[in-house]
Design a protein around this ligand. Structure first.
Ligand code: UDP
Length: 327
């Protein structure tokens, strides 16, 4: 039985990764402190509650399961929060990842798959982003992820830790089988907030800024279905298993949609009106983040299957109507 240590396995993306890993024949071991995750979402392998900064607990978990690799999802991931309280991000994301990486190296677990972000690129107007673009994050969230990328390179040079780094664009949708989905408290992401507004669970969605330099004045993002995203992680794991070099891959579709386009598509998919109000820009938001890379397709053989806006919103809507987690 091949164990994979999945930090953040009780969270949105981590839980979908666990499902896909289990389907691929691995045993995902979730390591999560439940600060934003849900124990109800841990359905596909053992659960070990613990904090990234707790080295003794990590050592114990590595010793118990002897995982073949780490998939590191656990992180704080809200741009707005990172601007208000950067210390949280440097502590939890950067110091936490350092502790995890040191524990992995000490345990001889040298294959590491890491969740990074297109937010590490920052605001590069009208540029389609590929892995060679300069990284110039404009928020503390992106800066924290870039620092961890650097850390992985240094530990690779010193100790032979090999990594696959995935720079995610905007992850959306839910498990098409409805077993798990996106559930944050508080919610800050565009699509689930919009579905809340459609369902009458909040008054209206606020559009954060209508004066950006884009065709309709709202920010543009590249949305990728969570099921497609986690498929890439299994391919990344196999890349490392095959003994290949450390590598960085963007995970996006290359199509950008504005906030207004996402709103219009949500109205069409749900066949309901979306209550919206126009508001101020949110500090730290980039104007446009769209992948211009074909590397994951060319080198990993990754082909997104469900990443149309209609399918992502449709799967998210189905989950929104039926699924939720309790504390
Ligand atoms: N957004 C918005 N209203 C909201 C939440 C998000 O207009 O209530 C916008 C946000 O400014 C960004 C896009 O939707 O342009 C995606 O934001 P989200 O927080 O979902 O993901 P991020 O791009 O920050 O990772």
């Amino acid at each position: 039985m091949t164990h994979i240590l999945v930090t953040g396995g009780a969270g949105y993306i981590g839980s979908h990764a666990c499902k896909t890993l289990a389907a691929a024949g691995y045993t995902p071991v979730t390591y999560d402190n439940l600060c934003t995750g849900w124990q109800d979402a841990v359905k596909f392998g053992p659960f070990e509650q613990g904090d990234l900064t707790d080295r003794a607990r990590l050592d114990q978990v590595f010793a118990t399961y002897r995982p073949a690799a780490v998939m590191h999802f656990a992180a704080l991931s809200q741009v707005g929060e990172s601007m208000r309280d950067p210390g949280l991000y440097w502590h939890n994301n950067v110091a936490g990842s350092l502790c995890l990486i040191q524990a992995a190296v000490a345990a001889g677990c040298l294959d590491f798959v890491f969740s990074s972000t297109c937010a590490t690129y920052g605001d590069q107007d009208n540029v389609l982003l590929d892995e060679g673009c300069v990284q110039a994050p404009i928020n503390a969230y992106g800066a924290s992820k870039r620092a961890i990328e650097d850390m992985l390179c240094d530990f690779g040079a010193a100790f032979g830790l090999r990594h696959v780094i995935f720079r995610y664009f905007n992850v959306a949708g839910a498990d098409p089988e409805g077993e798990i989905g996106e559930f944050h408290q508080p919610e800050t992401h565009l699509i689930p907030l919009m579905l809340d507004a459609i369902a009458g669970k909040r008054d209206a969605l606020t559009i954060f800024g209508t004066d950006y330099d884009t065709p309709d004045g709202t920010c543009i993002r590249d949305y990728v279905h969570v099921s497609d995203l986690v498929d890439a992680h299994v391919l990344g794991l196999k890349w490392l298993e095959a003994g290949k070099e450390s590598r960085i891959f963007n995970l996006g579709t290359g199509s950008g949609f504005s906030v207004r386009e996402v709103i219009d598509q949500s109205a069409a998919v749900t066949n309901r009106a979306v209550p919206v109000v126009e508001g101020q820009r949110r500090p730290g938001d980039c104007t446009r983040l769209v992948s211009g890379s074909t590397r994951a397709a060319a080198e990993l053989g990754w082909t997104p299957k469900r990443s149309t806006l209609a399918q992502m919103i449709g799967d998210a809507w189905r989950w929104h109507q039926t699924g939720h987690y309790d504390k």
